[in-house]
Design a protein around this ligand. Structure first.
Ligand SMILES: [Fe+2]
Length: 260
């Protein structure tokens, strides 16, 4: 079984890159399961019904993060149409932090968590470590293959979570920073990467125009999301090969530059 994990898809250029890249990649890599973080698909922040319906045909499962509710507050109805979850440990969330799906002969438990360190809205998040414990306990008897998107700012929090949970999870992939890391490893048949990266404008600061982000640093004012709509793009992902006993056999980064 081949699983592709895709980093945060940013804006229209990110959606266009997914549409351009994934159909061929699916065939070329014989992909069985494609998972992506889509919390930035609606102009860099949040999701809408239109953006989800545009991108979802290319993806098998979608996760979110701290920007989940930036565009649409009432996502409960929209979520019913998709394989999508948002971080479980957000207070006042909509209880969609995990999902159990049968894929082939195996149950897969998808979990989405958000970190607390250096996250603007962290007062509204409860402990992701104990959140994981709570969810895992509910499904332990089903012996699922557990995939966690840990959406967080710091590599230390993500790495600590990996060492906390690798006796129960099988894939822990970091998202949120939009910067791909090379710390891929497997312990206890659990894969880890601190951050998968992003799908978006290559000529940008983590997806937004150079000008908008530099201006924000110079003025110390929040930056306005200005996202290039076309041009060079980067598609950051990680490919995993799992054998018929659900043992992780191989893993590698798949990072593709293109123009849309
Ligand atoms: Fe985020």
């Amino acid at each position: 079984m081949n699983i592709l994990l895709i980093g945060d898809v940013v804006g229209k250029i990110g959606r266009k890159t997914i549409a351009k890249t994934l159909p061929d990649l699916r065939k070329k890599l014989s992909l069985d399961l494609v998972v992506a973080n889509v919390e930035n698909i609606a102009h860099g922040s949040g999701v809408t019904e239109n953006t989800l319906s545009e991108i979802s045909p290319f993806l098998d499962f979608m996760t979110l993060g701290d920007h989940t509710f930036d565009k649409e507050k009432d996502l409960k109805t929209i979520f019913k149409n998709y394989n999508i979850i948002h971080p479980y440990n957000i207070e006042n969330g909509i209880n969609s932090g995990y999902k159990l799906l049968k894929i082939g002969n195996k149950k897969f438990l998808f979990i989405n968590l958000v970190g607390k360190v250096f996250m603007k809205k962290s007062d509204n998040y409860f402990c992701p470590f104990s959140a994981f414990d709570d969810i895992y306990k509910k499904f332990k008897k089903e012996n699922p293959f557990v995939i966690v998107d840990f959406h967080a700012e710091t590599t230390s929090e993500k790495s600590a979570f990996f060492h906390y949970a690798n006796d129960r999870a099988n894939i822990i992939f970091g998202t949120h920073t939009h910067v791909p890391t090379s710390d891929l490893r497997v312990e206890n048949n659990c894969f880890f990467v601190s951050d998968v990266g992003m799908v978006g404008s290559y000529n940008s600061v983590i997806g937004s125009s150079y000008e908008s982000v530099i201006k924000s640093f110079l003025t110390e004012k929040p930056f306005k999301n200005e996202i290039p709509e076309d041009g060079e793009t980067i598609f950051n992902s990680v490919l995993l090969n799992i054998d018929s006993n659900y043992i992780i056999k191989r893993f590698e980064r798949v990072d593709i530059k293109s123009i849309v």
